[in-house]
Design a protein around this ligand. Structure first.
Ligand SMILES: [Zn+2]
Length: 282
């Protein structure tokens, strides 16, 4: 009966120090600065009930939010062979292991078949907690196979991007995935099978420069960071100050780079409506 010993006394906030709260119970919203009960956030698709700030969502949670019910996962066993034996501040093999421990996944995407509003779909959801959602050989291969499954069965494909871009630890092999996935999407397009791209915060680098911008419909979540290079690199290159809101969903919508900005709570009905419009078989 030692449970009471573990209860921490409240710590008075001292200047410059964050107030300590039991980890995982409350989160501070970066949008409105309010403390939100984590359960409330989970029950609201990780959108702040006060200011509608969209918190990042994990791949499994994303699939749960989109599919009607159970789904069948594909190619779960694929894992990187660390072809370059790459090491930066730490070995790539260690980063892969840490990613597995953090997410229970072997790489940064889950691909699955299921139904949205009674229609068969293939969904690939990227996982940011796995090495920043970066795209290496496994991510590229799993997404390509999902598209090829969609092609073979004439099933619409949906990719939910959440990624820092290509995975530098796999060098040119990761860059090749951009061409490979794009070529598969071109085949899907020629066959007239719909592809919807969902861009979430953040969608950057080689992911933006390939499949994230190739949707028949490119749908972004509000205020998501979407871009290729970072703003600092661009400012240094063009020697100009960038406009307010640059590389956010709303800015991209205003400049014709994406088709629609949709609140996450409206995402599933929006996808269902789009698929209906595109005459995807129910
Ligand atoms: Zn908020």
């Amino acid at each position: 009966m030692a449970w009471f010993k573990r209860v921490r006394k409240p710590i008075a906030p001292s200047p410059g120090k964050a107030v300590r709260v039991p980890e995982g119970l409350w989160v501070k919203c970066p949008g409105c600065q309010e403390a939100i009960y984590n359960k409330d956030l989970a029950g609201n698709l990780r959108v702040c009930p006060r200011c509608s700030h969209h918190f990042r969502m994990g791949a499994t949670e994303r699939l749960r939010s989109l599919f009607d019910g159970a789904w069948e996962e594909h190619d779960r066993g694929l894992r990187s062979t660390d072809p370059l034996r790459f090491t930066d501040t730490k070995p790539y093999a260690d980063r892969l292991r840490a990613g597995l421990n953090a997410t229970g996944q072997r790489d940064a995407v889950i691909t699955a078949s299921g139904q949205i509003d009674g229609r068969d779909v293939l969904v690939a959801a990227m996982e940011y907690e796995f090495i920043g959602g970066s795209m290496g050989v496994v991510v590229g291969e799993k997404i390509t196979r999902a598209i090829e499954r969609g092609l073979a069965s004439r099933t619409p494909v949906i990719i939910v991007s959440c990624s820092g871009g290509a995975r530098m630890m796999e060098g040119a092999l990761s860059l090749m995935q951009m061409a490979k996935v794009s070529a598969a999407l071109a085949r899907l397009d020629r066959a007239g099978v719909p592809y919807l791209s969902i861009l979430t915060d953040p969608t950057t680098g080689g992911v933006t420069a390939s499949f994230a911008m190739l949707g028949d419909l490119n749908i972004a979540e509000p205020k998501a960071l979407i871009g290729f290079a970072g703003p600092r690199v661009i400012e240094q290159t063009i020697r100009q100050k960038l406009p307010e809101g640059f590389q956010r969903s709303e800015f991209l919508l205003a400049h014709g780079m994406i088709d629609i900005v949709v609140d996450r709570r409206e995402l599933k009905p929006t996808i269902a409506r789009a698929l209906r419009f595109m005459h995807a078989p129910a």
